[in-house]
Ligand binder design. Structure first.
Ligand code: GLU
Length: 478
């Protein structure tokens, strides 16, 4: 059975650059009826952030990445918090001590710094194994424990990076247990992956250079190596460096709060550095599960492109509306309407959504784009007189045009999109104006917004009374 894991450290929010390390393990596990484990790697107590675990859980839940074992759901390997698994690591550490492959190292940090400086002066690489203490004491809490490595070459296959080979110079006596008794990441993940039966270790490529040390540990502990899958970095939009919080990488949940749909986020991130060899761009979760494959993960970094994410979000907004219905999309817009819409009926808001959804990039665009449906906009004549299609027309003519429009619209029997469209067509004939001129004038007069959906639809939703009142108010003001 395929067992994957997502093993985040609770040091803050999950940002867009690292959530993909949860998506791919999930897809692989689901595709193979396997399991995905969520394991919280919280042994670096100095970097621990209160509430970060909940943020991680919240992010995964929002994206629909249900873990089969881990916090909340439990499982055969509880606890899933590394900070609660100390005895397990200590037991493994003792095995290494017994086999002569680990030693207590009381060397103070200042001394280690000296060794490091000496090496840099002599221009030789600093390897701790050249400075092992002569008579290490017995290991006890408070003394760091180090691996006693046996330098040699390693060859292995990384499912994404291909065949790898390293020489003995990269192997060192890494710390297994720190002074505070907690294991290092380097040791804890080896033990846990083995204990939890992880078959595929999928994680960021930053761990690739340490892999020989991990291979040495698997060997010394007599453990079978899992398959190793190094995921290339997501790069900052500007260039060739890893996208990080410092480049403004937002938290995943911030995008949710800004009106990005989970489907779009999942789709975008899954396809950032992976494709199935076709031109397809929009994937549902089920399609991702079906089509995912390790051998189509790119080995080079993929650049994060927020414009593309927002484009995809627009596609998803349309897709949900078109395939699942207006009400399904509407139910997801609750937090995104402008303040002035708060007293409007669901029915009215649904109508507004139905004519504007195909222009939304995020649900929060509703806030900017729909206010005039709910409250009369402030009249700003400059928007009319400075408009590129209207500025050549005199104010007197604008006023008389508005009057013609008002009289025509007042006369139509049924206030529906069809009748409104024929009235608009008649008006073009009657006034001899170009569509860009006449329609800009009407659009601005009823919305004072830079954008509105098709004019006949906008007027239909606004209703006869409001439309005519707004046109009249502008005609008076000009
Ligand atoms: N705790 C590590 C991190 O957050 C996880 C690396 C791994 O998946 O093994 O970077």
């Amino acid at each position: 059975m395929i067992v994957t894991r997502f093993a985040p450290s609770p040091t803050g929010y999950i940002h867009i650059g690292n959530v993909r390390s949860a998506i791919y393990p999930y897809l692989l596990a689901r595709q193979n009826n396997g399991k995905m484990i969520l394991r919280i790697e919280d042994t670096d107590r100095a970097r621990y952030v209160e509430g970060a675990t909940e943020l991680i859980e919240d992010t995964l839940e929002w994206l629909g990445l249900k873990w089969d074992e881990g916090p909340i759901v439990g499982g055969p390997h509880v606890p899933y918090f590394q900070s609660e698994r100390k005895e397990i690591y200590h037991a493994y550490a003792r095995k290494l001590i017994e086999s002569g492959r680990a030693y207590a190292d009381p060397t103070p940090p200042e001394k280690i710094d000296e060794y490091r400086k000496k090496c840099s002066q002599e221009k030789v690489p600093f390897l701790y194994r050249n400075f092992r203490p002569d008579n290490p004491p017995e290991w006890q809490p408070g003394i760091p424990l180090r691996f006693k490595t046996e330098p040699k070459s390693y060859s292995w296959h990384d499912e994404v990076m291909g065949d790898m080979h390293t020489g003995p110079e990269v192997l060192d006596d890494i710390i297994l247990i720190k002074k505070d008794g907690y294991p290092t990441y380097n040791f804890a993940h080896i033990v846990d992956d083995a204990e939890m039966g992880v078959t595929h270790v999928m994680r960021g490529v930053e761990y690739l250079s340490s892999t020989p040390n991990y291979l040495a540990l698997y060997e010394a502990l007599g453990l079978t190596r899992p398959k190793l899958v190094s995921l290339p970095h997501i790069l900052a939009p500007q260039g060739n460096k890893k996208l990080g919080k410092r480049d403004g990488a937002k938290s995943v949940t911030e995008y949710r709060d800004d009106g990005v749909l989970a489907e779009a986020m999942l789709n975008y991130l899954a396809c950032l550095g992976w494709n199935d060899g076709t031109e397809q761009e929009i994937y549902t979760m089920d399609e991702l599960i079906k089509n995912f494959s390790l051998d189509r993960i790119q080995s080079s970094g993929a650049r994060y492109d927020e414009t593309k994410l927002l484009w995809m979000n627009g596609q998803w907004i349309r897709r949900i509306f078109d395939e699942q219905g207006a009400k399904v999309l509407y139910a997801r817009t609750q937090n995104f309407w402008p303040e002035v819409a708060k007293d409007a009926s669901d029915d009215y808001r649904l109508k507004v959504l139905s004519i504007i959804y195909d222009r939304l990039k995020t649900l929060s665009d509703l806030r900017e784009m729909t206010a005039y449906f709910f409250a009369d906009p402030e009249i700003d004549l400059d928007l009319i007189t400075n408009n590129k299609f209207l500025k050549k027309i005199s104010e007197a003519e604008l006023e008389s045009l508005l009057k013609i429009v008002i009289s025509k619209l007042s006369s139509i029997a049924e206030w529906d999109a069809g009748s409104l469209q024929s009235a608009l067509n008649d008006l073009l004939q009657e006034t001899g104006k170009k569509p860009a001129e006449l329609f800009s004038l009407i659009r601005i007069a009823i919305s004072f917004a830079p954008f509105s959906p098709a004019l006949n639809l906008t007027m239909e939703v606004l209703g006869r009374e409001k439309t005519l009142a707004r046109l009249n108010a502008v005609a008076r003001a000009i």
